[in-house]
Design a protein around this ligand. Sequence first.
Ligand SMILES: Cc1cc2nc3c(=O)[nH]c(=O)nc-3n(C[C@H](O)[C@H](O)[C@H](O)COP(=O)(O)OP(=O)(O)OC[C@H]3O[C@@H](n4cnc5c(N)ncnc54)[C@H](O)[C@@H]3O)c2cc1C
Length: 383
Amino acid sequence: MNTKHLTPSAGRPKAIIIGGGVIGCAAAFELSEAGFDCTVLDKGRLCSEATTAAAGMLGAQVETHHPGPFYELCRISQGMYRRWTDALEHTGGVSTEYIAEGILRAALTEGDEQELRSRLAWIQDARWCTPDELRELEPALSPKVRGGLHFPADHQVHPAALARALKAALVKQGCTIREETPVFRLLKDTRSGRITGVQTAEGPLYADTVVLAAGAWSPALTESLGLPLPMFPVKGQCISVKPQAPLTQSTVFTKGCYIVPKADGSCLVGATQVEAGFDKRATAAVIADLHARASALLPGLADAEFLSTWAGLRPGTRDGLPFMGTWESAPGLIFATGHYRNGILLAPAAGRIVRQLALGEKPLLDLAPFDPARHLNQPAPAL
Ligand SMILES: Cc1cc2nc3c(=O)[nH]c(=O)nc-3n(C[C@H](O)[C@H](O)[C@H](O)COP(=O)(O)OP(=O)(O)OC[C@H]3O[C@@H](n4cnc5c(N)ncnc54)[C@H](O)[C@@H]3O)c2cc1C
C-alpha cells in the first residue's frame, strides 16, 4: 500500500500488529513513526515470551557460521542498532541498557578452534586471539582456552530493559496496546483475497495492513490461508548467577554456552536448545549443566550465587532464515516472524522492512531468501 495514494478523508492508515514481542513492537514503532494508526495485539503481556527470555547479545558475527543473506541481514541490523535504541530511549525516556562491549568466542577443543579459524576467511570485524591475548583481554578466562575470535562490534542490550523501552516508546507514539487479546484468525475478503483484519474474542478488527509477528505461534494463523509456515518452537533455558565480584567486561562464549555480564553485576548464562513443542518449563538438571559449562570457561563462576532460571521458545524455521515479506495470495498481510536465535539483534531491520513494505517502498535488502512462501516452490523430496 502506498500512503501517498490515500485521500485526506480516508484518515490515517490503520495497521494491526499480531504479537507484541520485540519484532511486533519494532514494527509498530516504525509504522507509527510513518503515520500509521497502530494497534498491537498480544495473547498475553507485551514481550513476555521469547523476547524477555533472551540474553540480549547483538551477535551478528558470533552467531553466523557462513556468509550469505542471513549474515548480510544481521550486519545491516547491527549497523542500525545504536541509532534505534537512541530513538526508543529519546521517545519513551526508558533506557535499553545498551552495553558497547564485544564478545570473545573462545575455543576449548581442537574441533571448535578449527571451526572458528575457518570463519576468518569471510567474517568481518573479527580478530584471532592467541590464548595469551584472550586472557589479556579477560584474565578470568580458563587457562584451557586454545585461542578464539574477538568480535568488538557484537554489543548487547538487556532484553527486559529493551521491552520496557519499546512499550514506553509505543505508548508515547500513540499506539494502542491490547494485551490478553489473542487473535483467533485472519479475516480475508473472499473476492479480492485481501487480508482485511483479525478476529478476536471481542469481535473483528479491521486494518489496511496486518503484520504477522506472533513468534513461534505464527503458523497457527497462516494454516487457514493455505500457507503452512515450516516453523517450530525451540526451547532455550538460561540461568542468572552473581559472582562475588565482576569477572568479565565482555560477553564470553564457547561452544554450547555463553556468559553475558549485566549492568547489575549478574551474569546471564545460556542456553539450551531443545525442540520440545510448546513446553517451556525450566528444569533443575539444566541449571547444573549450564553452571558446569560456564565454570569450565570462567572458573570464577564456581561459587557464584544462583539467582534465577527461566526458559523461552525461539521461533525456529527449517532453513534457519526468518519469514519477512508479503505473499501474493494474501495482499495486506506482512510477515515478520521466524527470527529464531537472533530476534533481538534483527528487530531494527525487521521493523524497518515492515515499514518499507507497508509504504510500498524498496526494502533495505533483497527479501527473496526470506520469502514466506519459499518452501512452496521447492520440489517434494524423492520417495
Ligand atoms: C534462551 C534464549 C536466548 C536468546 N538470546 C538471544 C540473543 O542473545 N540475541 C538475540 O538476538 N536473540 C536471542 N534470542 C532469540 C529472540 O529472543 C527471539 O528471536 C525473539 O524474541 C523473537 O521475537 P518475536 O517478537 O518474533 O517473538 P516473541 O517474543 O515470542 O513474541 C511473539 C508474541 O506474539 C504473541 N502471540 C502469539 N500468538 C498470538 C496470537 N494468536 N494473538 C496475539 N498474540 C500472539 C505472543 O504472546 C508473544 O508475545 C534468544 C531466545 C531465547 C529463548
